[in-house]
Design a protein around this ligand. Structure first.
Ligand code: HEC
Length: 283
């Protein structure tokens, strides 16, 4: 169930509703909310701050303590269990990150920022949820950084001119890039949308950049401007305008959402400037 929820990205609240609200500390299946908390807040922290010295990926396991699986953390290192689920006050890990004068201070190079100490403490208080079934070996494999593999990632490849893909509609497109877009469209049985007229184009741009429609004078000026760089100049004009971004709401979308769906109860957050720019928001 839990796995299904996560894979389908069903809203977490839904999953939680079907799970026992308070998983017992020693239970192996944590709640979806617990796992989410771990994945978002705790795993990155452990990887960044502790794994260097407390996982097989680092430079040796210090103090005999692995911090890359729940079982390993519970069984602990040289001094015994590193944590007691739900009991931060009894947990060596929490003690160590609070830098006791007369005890182990972790990480050795300097105390963690307070918010990270609070997060780890909160995690222990919640029973130290960890994704079920994650074995130490799987965990370290997944979190290890393979530099050689990383270097092969496309974004690190030198720039190279790519041959243009074959397309059926040879007349469409203005730049080389367009051929790649068209090829994807055609392979999905789609074609390009008709070009927007100048008035529509300026309205989209204006909403996108300022959150407001263009004035009649602006539309007329743009309709009369037939130079090939007319659109680019409009973009520059908006970018330089003190009204750029002025009417965007806090979610980063423009007032477009409010204009198009004032009462259908849809979240404004659903629309972003990006979706408007691609013309999915009709004015
Ligand atoms: C630069 C290396 C390094 C980093 C980073 C580091 N540790 Fe340690 N840790 C050690 C060493 C070395 C010991 C053994 C020290 C000792 O016993 O005095 C140790 C011991 C511990 C122990 C005690 C284990 C036992 O059973 O005695 C705990 C708990 C611990 N570390 C937690 C953490 C946590 C949590 C982090 C991340 C926030 C962390 N450490 C980051 C090097 C490190």
């Amino acid at each position: 169930m839990l796995r299904g929820c996560l894979i389908l990205v069903v809203p977490v609240a839904l999953c939680v509703g079907l799970q026992p609200q308070h998983a017992r500390a020693d239970e192996t299946s944590p709640t979806a909310a617990g796992v989410e908390f771990f994945e978002k807040k705790i795993r990155p922290l452990l990887v960044m701050r502790c794994h260097e010295c407390h996982s097989d990926q680092g430079k040796g396991v210090k103090g005999g303590l692995h911090l890359d699986s729940r079982a390993a953390i519970l069984s602990g290192g040289d001094s015994g269990p590193a944590l007691v689920p739900e009991k931060p006050d009894e947990s060596l890990l929490v003690e160590a990150i609070n830098y006791p004068q007369d005890g182990v201070q972790m990480p050795p190079r300097g105390k963690l920022p307070q918010n990270e100490i609070d997060l780890l403490t909160e995690w222990v208080r919640r029973g130290a949820p960890f994704p079920a079934g994650e074995k130490k070996s799987d965990a370290s494999k997944r979190r290890g950084i393979d530099l050689e593999a990383g270097r092969k990632h496309w974004s690190f490849q030198p720039l190279r001119e790519q041959p243009l893909p074959a397309v059926k509609n040879a007349t469409w497109g203005e730049r080389r890039m367009d051929a790649f877009v068209l090829e994807k469209l055609e392979s999905s049985g789609l074609g390009p949308s008709p070009a927007a007229d100048r008035r529509t184009l300026l309205r989209r741009l204006s909403f996108d950049m300022t959150g407001l429609p263009p004035t009649v004078a602006e539309i007329e000026a743009f309709e009369g401007d037939t130079a090939s760089d007319a659109y680019a100049r409009q973009v520059e004009r908006f970018l330089a305008s003190p009204h750029y971004g002025e009417k965007w709401d806090a979610s980063g979308s423009t007032s477009c959402a409010t204009v198009t769906s004032p009462s259908n109860g849809r979240s404004k957050r659903g629309r972003t400037p990006g979706s408007i720019a691609t013309g999915s928001c009709r004015h």
